[in-house]
Design a protein around this ligand. Structure first.
Ligand code: ADP
Length: 310
């Protein structure tokens, strides 16, 4: 499901499909070039390709057609994404290497995440084991702690924006909806996020707005999705999803056999009152993390089969 900004209004730039970029992509200002070698995927307004730099190093390039960002509003959004992403430097955040443009497109050279997104993995695997969830959650929380320490709220954390590098480590990507809190205590009012993952205060507290706790809510939705295989409030249409979020209505299907520790952690995170949600460091102290095996790494075979961590 696509991200939304402002209630019921899709991003205007979503409508324009960018043409295929040239085989050799030139950064004329630096005099370097990248050879396009494959297609990785497309999102709301960008296409992402695998490229090789002149040393044969593999990278990803996110290509945004200038035609898609013609309006002032869309230009501002794109430059905000670039500015925020460029600022961030953390092992669990997709590294932003370079940015340039030609007449047609804006190009963002990014660290390549060879194993795709956690959404791709979920489609193949249906759900993850609790040991895998522990491993991925610790890395996701490390990225969130870092972003929040730099006053950045991601605002669109979801399985489709969590990528895996060649060693199956998490890399948070797509800073397209991220916001910078410029003054301590500032609150954001734009309704944005992805319906299944959106925190209740984003939808229903337009007076007080929202802040860092929206990412913590998404961490709870992500943990639930890891273990159950679908998001907690998922249902047939967006309005019904929002109704469930408002009523905090979700369940743990008994046949999924979710441990009491995992259930307790999810319930504490999915607290409708943002002030009562645990902090990121409190989440890491939860018994869920010491309640069973904590793998030192995830084998690449986990792409297809549940690994055995006993
Ligand atoms: P958008 O901002 O338009 O939603 P995304 O950043 O989500 O675009 O990227 C779209 C798709 O491209 C992703 O779902 C993924 O399949 C692929 N992709 C994006 N970034 C990378 C990357 N760094 N490495 C590998 N694949 C990527």
């Amino acid at each position: 499901m696509a991200a939304v900004e402002e209630k019921g209004k899709e991003r205007e730039r979503e409508k324009i499909v960018p043409p295929t970029p040239p085989q050799i992509i030139h950064d004329r200002t630096r005099g370097v070039f990248y050879t396009r070698v494959g297609f990785l995927g497309e999102g709301g307004f960008a296409r992402v390709y695998e490229v090789q730099d002149r040393h044969g190093q593999r990278k990803a390039v996110k290509v945004v057609s200038k035609a898609a960002v013609r309006t002032k509003k869309n230009k501002t959004k794109l430059w905000a994404e670039i500015k925020l992403h460029q600022m961030l430097n953390h092992p669990n955040i997709v590294h932003f290497e370079d940015c340039f443009e030609d007449d047609e497109n804006v190009y963002m050279i990014l660290e390549l995440c060879e194993n795709g997104s956690l959404m791709d993995l979920l489609r193949r695997r249906k759900r993850y084991s609790e040991p895998e969830a522990r491993f991925f959650l610790v890395q996701l929380i490390a990225a969130c702690q870092y972003m929040h320490s730099t006053n950045v709220i991601h605002r669109d954390l979801k399985l489709g924006n969590l990528f895996l590098d060649g060693d199956m480590n998490i890399k948070v990507g797509d800073l397209g909806l991220a916001a910078l809190i410029e003054n301590p205590g500032d609150r954001k009012k734009t309704i944005c996020g992805t319906p299944n993952y959106i925190a209740p205060e984003v939808l229903f507290d337009t007076v007080n707005g929202h802040s860092f706790e929206v990412d913590i809510w998404s961490v709870g939705v992500i943990l639930y999705t890891f273990l159950i295989g679908k998001p907690p409030f998922q249902t047939k249409d967006v309005k019904a999803i929002y109704k469930r979020i408002r009523e905090n209505r979700y369940e743990f299907p008994p046949e999924k056999d979710i441990s009491p520790a995992a259930q307790d952690l999810i319930m504490s995170i999915l607290n409708p009152n943002p002030a009562n949600r645990p902090t990121l460091s409190a989440i890491l102290q939860h018994p869920f993390f010491s309640d069973g095996p904590f793998p030192p790494r995830i084998p690449a075979a986990a792409n297809d089969f549940p690994p055995d961590f006993r």
